[in-house]
Design a protein around this ligand. Structure first.
Ligand SMILES: [Zn+2]
Length: 292
């Protein structure tokens, strides 16, 4: 399977850290009924999005987008040495899968010009930092780290009420190292990178769009987690902070890109994860394109 996609003047590399079972479908999608799951089980299994016990399979990955001018890493996955006691597969892990995947794509940590986070959940900020002599330091030494202001403000507020470990170990050290740009939604880099606000999963969640003056690709973050939510955009996920807003955002996003040539790079759909949005009944599917 090729992990490299080309569209317009962009080259996009998928950097996979884990592709694995996550939560039972009926638990993760509270509005999903056993009947609706049964109806969709065959194609979900075929897509390797559901295991034999009806547990959803998710991919955890970064997208590295190379424009003619910059190398941009979107969402830095899970990371190493991070205390995440609620998730055994993430907790204090020390494997070299992620760094080996970067190397295999021909990219070194020093090549990254920008790190962009769609939101600040633990599986999207983990490799922002690495442990160095007991201190968290930026993993990508030459990068500016881009955080959306609404999202940053939300987690600042949460963290003040009760410590939020991923904010503490993977976001604040970047700010302290003066590598962070807290940006508004009109942020752009040249004519190649822009923000698309997509609130719901978290209040300040954003997608990033890439391409010279048009959206050749969009990295969509966690506005959806499973292809089942493309088919049924109203199925929100148990961790969506605002379930109703997440459902509206999901349908609006899918309607916007439906039938276009924009490559939608999902955070968590199982491999190949990226595709073009097409209509499917009253919902949508993300149709894989052949990677080159
Ligand atoms: Zn996620």
């Amino acid at each position: 399977m090729s992990l490299t996609l080309r569209v317009g003047d962009l080259t996009i590399h998928r950097i996979i850290e884990q592709e694995t079972t996550f939560l039972p479908a009926l638990e993760m999608l509270p509005a999903l009924t056993p009947d609706l799951l049964a109806e969709n089980r065959p194609w979900m299994r075929e897509a390797a999005a559901l295991d034999v016990q009806d547990v959803l399979i998710l991919c955890f990955q970064s997208y590295v987008v190379k424009t003619p001018h910059h190398t941009i890493l979107v969402d830095s996955c899970i990371g190493n040495d991070k205390p995440r006691p609620a998730r055994a597969k993430w907790n204090l892990k020390t494997d070299d899968t992620y760094m080996r995947a970067l190397t295999a794509a021909g990219i070194s940590a020093g090549d990254i010009d920008f790190v962009m986070c769609t939101h600040l959940h633990p599986d999207h900020v983990g490799w922002n930092t690495r442990l160095d002599n007991g201190r968290w330091v930026p993993t990508f030494p030459n990068a500016r780290y881009v955080f959306a202001k609404n999202e940053f403000d939300y987690w600042t507020e949460q963290h003040a009420k009760k410590p939020v470990p991923p904010f503490d170990d993977s976001v604040l050290p970047v700010v302290e190292a003066k590598r962070a740009d807290i940006v508004r939604n009109d942020y752009e880099i040249g004519d190649h990178a822009r923000i698309l606000p997509t609130p719901g999963h978290t209040p300040g969640h954003v997608a990033f769009t890439f391409g010279r003056g048009r959206d050749d690709a969009v990295v969509s973050g966690d506005l959806m987690h499973s292809p089942l939510q493309a088919r049924y955009p109203e199925l929100s996920m148990k961790f969506d902070v605002d379930q109703a807003q997440a459902a509206r955002t999901r349908r609006d996003f899918l309607e916007h890109y439906c039938g276009t040539d924009t490559l939608c790079c999902s955070a968590h759909f199982p491999s190949p994860s990226a595709g073009k949005i097409r209509r499917w009944g009253s919902g949508f599917s993300c149709v894989a394109v052949t990677a080159s």
